[in-house]
Design a protein around this ligand. Structure first.
Ligand code: SF4
Length: 68
């Protein structure tokens, strides 16, 4: 699977970094999302679905592998 994080629409709420600190961080400058791993293992899928649902701006997109 693949994750993208759009820093242009991110409002620096920090839900992503709170829920999955291994995958997301926040910029020291403005708190916007910093993606640490764009292609995490499948075991992260449930956590990522939660991140996507909790992000208030829809900045995070998750592309699941076909058949996953
Ligand atoms: S949860 Fe969404 S809005 Fe909040 S920091 Fe992460 S990407 Fe940005």
């Amino acid at each position: 699977m693949r994750i993208t994080a759009d820093r242009e629409v991110c409002c620096s709420a920090g839900q992503c970094a709170l829920i999955a600190p291994d995958l997301f961080d926040q910029s020291d400058e403005d708190g916007s999302v910093v993606l640490l791993d764009a292609r995490p293992d499948a075991e992260w899928l449930d956590v990522l679905r939660e991140v996507v649902s909790r992000c208030p701006t829809g900045a995070i997109r998750l592309e699941e592998d076909p058949g996953a």
